[in-house]
Design a protein around this ligand. Structure first.
Ligand SMILES: *[C@@H]1O[C@H](CO)[C@@H](O)[C@H](O)[C@H]1NC(C)=O
Ligand SMILES: *[C@@H]1O[C@H](CO)[C@@H](O)[C@H](O)[C@H]1NC(C)=O
Ligand SMILES: *[C@@H]1O[C@H](CO)[C@@H](O)[C@H](O)[C@H]1NC(C)=O
Ligand SMILES: *[C@@H]1O[C@H](CO)[C@@H](O)[C@H](O)[C@H]1NC(C)=O
Ligand SMILES: *[C@@H]1O[C@H](CO)[C@@H](O)[C@H](O)[C@H]1NC(C)=O
Ligand SMILES: *[C@@H]1O[C@H](CO)[C@@H](O)[C@H](O)[C@H]1NC(C)=O
Ligand SMILES: *[C@@H]1O[C@H](CO)[C@@H](O)[C@H](O)[C@H]1NC(C)=O
Length: 491
């Protein structure tokens, strides 16, 4: 199978960077010398890391992220390790009236090992108050200006990168800016946003990734313990059992869905429901599907998601290695292995550098044929997949018609969760012509309203509007969708 280089979103980013930057005068960085990465490849990766550094609040990461001496792996998950009550916002683009804190706390990774994790809390000027008040303050409670406790949205971010310095709490825009975090805080919700283990704080000082990318249940632990730790850190602002909704996008959609499943096993009090936007469900099955389409049709007729999913193979094999070291990147080709370990890892590159390090690698050189059949890889998928398990809703799934993840595949995941039984409160909406990030804004009216209803209405599923069928997918038409600009990244 000989595939041409295609425009994945990462490759698209490479083009954007190239179009706007002259690199005639830059010299090769101090990257690995003995690799397949030639002069131009090194220049590109350097461009990527410089671009990334400009979007960070601190380069390198500031002392906040240093693991305190007191940390040990016998600690209870949810233990507070560090509090920064008032983050200096000079280097952030946080809208005025909002403020920010950072915390470090303990969580558990995929195999149950206790790990240190960082998170930010974005504080509104004043708490959201609905006309009916919210449970915890009693149904029918009238809003009072003296109410000082904040309802919460536990935010699960999408892919920010794979190495320690790619933490959203260190992005000047907190990664999603007005798409989610800023908007939620401006509406009165405290946004508690984990970086996920391995981003911001790492237990691998050797530069190896300790971030279990797309391992939903590990991310769900990080979300759950961030909620607990934030409540401990700020008891005057957050009730111990105050109302919260969990929400995530992309990688974070996978995490949010896994969180709804975690609630069926280890419930966190105050839970009012989960929103998963463009969630990843069964990743290796999706890779197989993309490879099958690519093998049987001409590139010109590939849907957008096909080259994007094929382009995800190197980080997937790296993530399997992070969780199961014995796997040792074995799905990668030698070329891919070299670019990941001898180029991207020494550069500690994030998304831009990640795309550029592979910019000249043809799609058939990204991974070994048949690699998804490997037993460790399949075991990994089984552990990390979202869907097909008992969950606690309500669960709202949102996606774009032209998303990086095909709608029919997502519908299979939705159906598998509905079949797992117990909770019919799963609804899905598909937004006409919207891509992976634009769908967040296209669907904002729905999710913002949904959050407010859930927070205001108490812990009642469905609000008297029980979906007719679990998993029903409603198509939403948009105005002038042929004329909207659809950016390829959030930051
Ligand atoms: C690195 O150098 C060795 C010895 O000079 C050579 O055999 C090998 O192919 C090189 N590796 C790469 C990735 O270029
Ligand atoms: C780990 O930390 C806890 C809490 O500080 C302490 O009680 C415990 O003795 C420590 N355990 C080890 C093995 O150091
Ligand atoms: C803001 O960024 C600059 C440049 O990287 C750095 O020197 C400074 O310490 C940062 N300020 C804060 C408050 O973090
Ligand atoms: C999984 O658990 C074992 C035993 O506790 C530990 O040695 C290993 O490092 C863990 N793996 C990860 C990725 O944490
Ligand atoms: C992992 O794979 C690489 C590349 O095939 C090899 O050089 C290395 O020795 C392997 N490491 C382990 C621990 O097996
Ligand atoms: C995986 O294994 C199955 C059964 O062994 C086989 O039918 C299938 O073709 C394999 N897939 C790939 C991609 O090699
Ligand atoms: C939108 O674009 C599609 C594809 O180019 C085209 O088929 C369709 O007619 C356009 N619709 C409108 C309303 O312009």
């Amino acid at each position: 199978m000989k595939l041409p280089i295609a425009q994945t979103h990462l490759r698209g980013l490479a083009v954007v960077l190239l179009a706007h930057t002259s690199f005639a005068h830059s010299s090769p960085g101090s990257l690995g010398q003995n690799t397949t990465c030639n002069e131009q490849c090194h220049q590109l990766v350097k461009l990527g890391t410089e671009f990334e550094a400009e979007s960070f609040a601190h380069t390198p990461l500031d002392d906040f992220y240093t693991i305190p001496e007191m940390f040990n792996t016998s600690m209870e998950p949810g233990t507070l390790l560090r509090i920064e009550a008032h983050t200096d916002l000079t280097n952030y683009t946080v809208p005025s009236s909002l403020t920010m804190s950072r915390i470090m706390y303990t969580s558990q990774n995929l195999n149950g090992t206790v790990v240190p994790v960082s998170a930010f809390v974005l504080w509104p000027y004043a708490p959201f108050q609905s006309a009916v008040g919210y449970e915890g303050h009693g149904r029918g409670h009238q809003p009072q200006s003296g109410d000082s406790k904040f309802p919460m949205v536990a935010w699960a971010h999408g892919t920010a990168g794979y190495f320690v310095n790619c933490a959203p709490s260190n992005y000047r825009s907190l990664q999603y800016n007005f798409m989610t975090s800023y908007s939620l805080a401006l509406e009165g919700f405290a946004v508690v946003a984990t970086d996920y283990a391995g981003l911001g704080v790492t237990t691998r000082p050797d530069g190896e990734s300790s971030h279990e990318w797309l391992a939903g249940p590990a991310g769900a632990n990080d979300v759950a313990h961030a909620i607990e730790a934030a409540r401990k850190a700020f008891p005057d602002q957050l009730d111990k059992e105050g109302p919260f909704v969990t929400m995530g996008h992309s990688q974070g959609g996978n995490v949010a869905w896994a969180f709804a499943e975690r609630q069926a096993v280890s419930p966190i009090p105050g839970y009012r429901g989960t929103i998963a936007i463009s969630p990843v469900t069964r990743l290796l099955d999706l890779v197989d599907k993309a490879l099958a389409v690519a093998a049987s049709t001409l590139p010109a007729s590939w849907p957008l998601w096909v080259p994007i999913v094929i382009g995800l193979q190197p980080p997937i094999t790296a993530s399997i290695t992070t969780s199961f070291s014995g796997y040792n990147f074995s799905g990668m080709t030698p070329l891919s292995y070299d670019r990941w370990n001898n180029v991207l890892k020494p550069a500690q590159g994030c998304l831009a550098a990640g795309g550029l390090a592979f910019a000249d690698v043809t799609l058939d050189q990204l991974a070994r044929p048949g690699w998804t059949n490997n037993s460790i890889a399949q075991h990994w998928q089984q552990e990390v997949a979202a869907g097909g398990k008992k969950f606690v809703g309500p669960l709202l799934v949102l996606a774009g018609e032209d998303d990086a993840l095909p709608i029919d595949f997502l519908e299979e995941g939705v159906a598998s969760s509905c079949n797992a039984g117990g909770d019919p409160s799963l609804e899905m909406f598909t937004y006409q012509a919207m891509k992976h990030f634009p769908v967040i804004q296209a669907s904002r009216m729905r999710w913002m309203g949904w959050i407010k209803e859930r927070i205001a209405g108490g812990n009642h599923h469905w609000m008297g509007k029980e979906p007719r069928t679990c998993g029903q997918n409603t198509f939403v038409e948009g105005l002038n969708t042929n004329y909207t600009l659809q950016p390829i990244t959030p930051n």
